[in-house]
Design a protein around this ligand. Structure first.
Ligand code: NAD
Ligand code: TDX
Length: 351
């Protein structure tokens, strides 16, 4: 049994689905179902007895203690977070509460649980913390990619809150010996991503003929990774990563935002032709405050130590993603009309 937090979100849900398909070990999935959590992401496993869903907050000491005591997981994989940079600029409070206070409370309960384990159970226990490349700050055009020893320099309330959570995880290892692992990953894309993030927003706006808002000059650079490749990397780190270490994960696939948007437009022109080319919808808009210019990940450590490498290229992954959004109109409608939210409140509102 493993305990996953945030497993109804984009990456967490992809992880749970891949885990049940390829590993098969049961999962307890603790998720608060914020606006970003969607049980529709887990429809495939709704009747699967290996998946136990619990609606709740990682900051709820008592609930976390109960779940650890009841299910006795051999590992905790921690995805739960507020994840959107723009939201963190407009309202940082939730980011501090979940990403910092929530991670702290979770760590504290996990520490007490781990300290109570004995022998082999205690030796094999792991706490894996899922984090981001944004903690390292912003690169200039000629700077080398971020490595695991790049100093932290977060620039947004989101990245500052993730950096704080990374430091807490580090401290729990160094101070209490908790067997932690931290992964820092670049920008993900793929199925089930909430359409506030660049790629699904552009796909859905393109499909419905709405403007494609590109921030600033469109030349900010991100390093893109298909979500299934990220999930596979997390599994490798969980199984064979060295305790106390951090591992950078990324596609080594740097693209300017405008390139990404134009590539999406070209795929849409082919798969969903319209009267005018989709690129005519591109609209340059006001820049994000404090917008980091460039992220790039040096992934030599995970490749050399754990033999991980991405399977998808940007071209194959992006095409699959556009296909997925076109083929899953029900999911898209649920997310865009708020129907899934109503369903969650009806089914989970009182728990
Ligand atoms: P997401 O916003 O899609 O999902 C977050 C999930 O966490 C949601 O299901 C939400 O309901 C849940 N959650 C939020 N607050 C909670 C709380 N207090 N208690 C329990 N559950 C809570 O995020 P994502 O894009 O899937 O990101 C998952 C993790 O990966 C995050 O930690 C994020 O920082 C990290 N990450 C994301 C990316 C990316 O490109 N999306 C890249 C690198 C790292
Ligand atoms: O409408 C848009 N127009 C635009 O130009 C949006 C939503 C974004 N952008 C730009 C901003 C970024 O340079 O596209 C780039 C990607 O933006 P986001 O999808 O918001 O991602 P980013 O800010 O890079 O952060 C993401 O990657 C790292 C995730 O949201 C984080 O959770 C993760 O840690």
């Amino acid at each position: 049994m493993i305990l996953v937090t945030g497993g109804a979100g984009f990456i967490g849900a992809n992880f749970v689905l891949q885990w049940l398909r390829e590993v098969g070990e049961p999962v307890v999935n603790l998720d608060k179902l914020t606006y970003a959590g969607n049980l529709g992401n887990l429809a495939e496993v709704v009747d699967d007895p290996r998946h136990i869903f619990v609606r709740g907050d990682i900051a709820d000491h008592r609930l976390v203690r109960e779940l650890l005591g009841q299910y006795r997981p051999r590992a905790v994989v921690h995805f739960a977070a507020e994840s959107h940079v723009d939201r963190s600029i407009h309202g940082p409070e939730d980011f501090i509460q979940t990403n910092i206070v929530g991670t702290f409370r979770l760590l504290d309960e996990v520490r007490a649980y781990w300290e109570g384990l004995k022998g082999a159970e205690r030796d094999r226990f792991r706490f894996l913390h899922v984090s981001t490349d944004e903690v390292y700050g912003s690169l200039g055009p000629a700077d080398p990619a971020f490595s695991e020893t790049t100093p932290y320099a977060p620039n947004s309330p989101y990245s500052a809150s993730k950096a704080a959570s990374d430091h807490l995880v580090r401290a729990y290892h160094h101070t209490y010996g908790l067997p932690t692992l931290t992964t820092n990953c670049s920008n993900n894309y793929g199925p089930y991503q909430f359409p506030e993030k660049l790629i699904p927003l552009m796909i859905l706006n393109g499909l419905t003929g709405q403007p494609l808002p590109v921030y600033g000059d469109g030349l900010n650079v991100r390093d893109w990774l298909y979500v299934e490749d990220h999930c596979a990397a997390i599994r490798r780190v969980l199984e064979d990563g060295r305790v106390g270490e951090t591992y950078n994960i990324g596609g080594e696939c740097e693209k300017t935002n405008i390139d990404v948007v134009k590539t999406i437009c070209a795929i849409l022109d082919e798969l969903h032709p319209s009267r005018r080319p989709h690129a005519a919808l591109i609209k340059y808009v006001q820049d994000r405050p404090g917008h980091d210019r460039r992220y790039a990940m040096d992934t030599r450590k995970i490749r050399a130590e754990l033999g991980w490498a991405p399977k998808e290229t940007f071209e194959t992954g992006l095409r699959k993603t556009v296909d997925w959004y076109i083929a899953h109109r029900d999911w898209v409608d649920g997310v865009t009309t708020g129907a899934y939210r109503q369903w969650i409140e009806q089914n989970y509102g009182n728990r």
